[in-house]
Design a protein around this ligand. Sequence first.
Ligand code: URA
Length: 241
Amino acid sequence: MRLDKLLSECGLASRTEAKSAARLGKITVNGKVMTKTDVQVDPERDSVVYGGLPVRYRRFVYLMLNKPDGYVSATEDGRGEPVVTDLLPPEYRKMGVFPCGRLDKHTLGLMLITNDGVLSHQLLAPKSHVSKSYGFRVKFPLSSSDLAQLERGVDIGGYLTKPCRVEMTSEREGVITVTEGKYHQIKLMMEAVHNQITYLERLRFGTLALDASLARGEWRELSEEEIGSLQQIRKGIEPET
Ligand code: URA
């Protein structure tokens, strides 16, 4: 791989920035100063140092964000609203990360952010049946008949939702687990039983659980284990959670 491509894929420098850094002698490969960036390097074997810091090559990054209120699930917003990737350091944005799926502007909680388009596509594909759990609060108490209807499936704008699970923790609060991801699904499901969501937070996405130590707006990289379990879905097997 070309040296300038390596630095840009790592989110460290654009090709132009890499070129001027090289001219200033700020890049070494295996201890040797590189004055040009159109040279080939082996990202796995060569030891590349940029501005005094070793470069760790990673094609893909996987981040967990605890989405705060008011952020749009996008990498940019035409109306100038804050977007979830604004919460990340610029290196990740330069690596081309994007949110895997959407949460509404006022929905909180677990969001996977990655630049792995294939994995993201597979996690979101309806045939993968990746489960999502949401903590919710509604305006009015849910009756046992409401719960039965929600679990069986309700009509949301002409679409009949698939069977799901609802566990109540009080008469207006609970956790709902669905295996699909229709637009505004949970809000519309509650409206279908004449109720209204007043609070919604994603707690799980497939095998991934929201890290309770992350405050709203905080993020961390996924562990190797978490990445591995998501990648099982790529192979068509969702491991037991
Ligand atoms: N369902 C909704 O209604 N909103 C979300 O953000 C996610 C699921």
